[in-house]
Ligand binder design. Sequence first.
Ligand SMILES: Cc1cc2nc3c(=O)[nH]c(=O)nc-3n(C[C@H](O)[C@H](O)[C@H](O)COP(=O)(O)OP(=O)(O)OC[C@H]3O[C@@H](n4cnc5c(N)ncnc54)[C@H](O)[C@@H]3O)c2cc1C
Length: 393
Amino acid sequence: MLGFLLARAGVPVVVLEKHKDFLRDFRGDTVHPSTLEMMHELGLLDEFLKLPHSTVRNVALQIGNDHVVVGHFEHLPVQCKFIALMPQWDFLNFIADHARRSSCFDLRMQAEAVDLILDGGIVAGVHAKTPDGELNIRAALTVACDGRHSTLRERAGLQVDDLGAPMDVMWFRISRQGTDPADVIGHIEAGRMLVMLNRNDYWQCAYVIPKGSAGDVEAAGLERFRDSIAEMAPFLRGRLGEIDSWDKVKLLTVAVDRLQQWYRPGLLCIGDAAHAMSPIGGVGINLAVQDAVAAANILAEPLQHGAATVENLRAVQQRRMFPTRVTQRLQIILQNNVIGPALMGKGERPKAPLLLKIMQWPLLRRLPGRLLALGVRPEHIQSPAASPRRDRQ
Ligand SMILES: Cc1cc2nc3c(=O)[nH]c(=O)nc-3n(C[C@H](O)[C@H](O)[C@H](O)COP(=O)(O)OP(=O)(O)OC[C@H]3O[C@@H](n4cnc5c(N)ncnc54)[C@H](O)[C@@H]3O)c2cc1C
């Protein structure tokens, strides 16, 4: 997204992707109203919504016997009052296709950044590995957006604060039938939790377990796993034979962390490379997109003139640190007060915390939906579009 916005502003950009395509299952597929609003501001929303997707208009949680709605979106002052569930590869291919319309955009697939090029302590580009050999790319600014296991942030020696997460997630899919409920379903019981995302013809399911316990779940056997799912979502019982091997279940080791400093001269980290988010709320890709928009707003002009100063890079961190902190804080409150105790519970049915119950009152119920959908300090596209001469069409 940052590559697209900078190229659109006339800044020459090389984007490296280590894989040969963007096809990865079970990734950030929850495109929130904040990201849809970016598409609208870029004039791309109608085309974007032609890509296959399903929509979520309400998010509800079943905690033991308590049913609480945590996401009402109908009042939001935005174009799309829903979350679009869209495979991340469709989203990324869409952005890449639009970015390629600018002659400033150069996407290299199967190019893995393995180290930084340093000029007297200043980051001056990256060394990359490709099937055709090594590549050295020198750049006025290197942006590490290489995810939560970022090679570049590690090579840069930036300090990471691990904020802790009590859970891991096992992802799998189950076919969906016309008579099934339509909304996102979150079900919390003693010792386990199930979140189901409606993907039209299938359910994308997250089975949340205490951290480090995936081996125990597997050792208890597939039959026990399927029974446990059926106890939380009885309407799935006849279909659970679809999970006939552990190969159909992918483990996400949840991490919540944050860099103390997101930059050093010549280098900036954004997205998961700067702050890995908990899957709570499905905010990961949306925060990464917001980082990209903020970075483009602040950096496009200095980069049009050839360089970004350390003050420019600091300004990006200052802009994005507050939303990151608040979002991670809220995730940790939910982890510590709802998810952790429920996962550790042995038999007694969990109850919705008082705060979530209070949030059901008509005057307050808009707040969680707004936070979920738009986040804190939503960004707007302010980076310029270059003159048509620099664009291919
Ligand atoms: C299993 C799983 C499920 C998730 N579910 C959700 C969800 O439902 N909703 C949500 O919002 N978030 C979810 N997330 C988190 C979400 O995917 C991330 O927050 C989001 O994708 C962060 O975007 P990013 O661009 O910073 O990093 P990433 O999406 O991780 O992108 C990094 C990219 O860099 C590439 N790369 C990595 N290293 C290198 C290198 N050295 N050289 C070149 N390329 C490299 C990777 O191949 C990848 O394409 C999930 C994550 C996982 C792992």
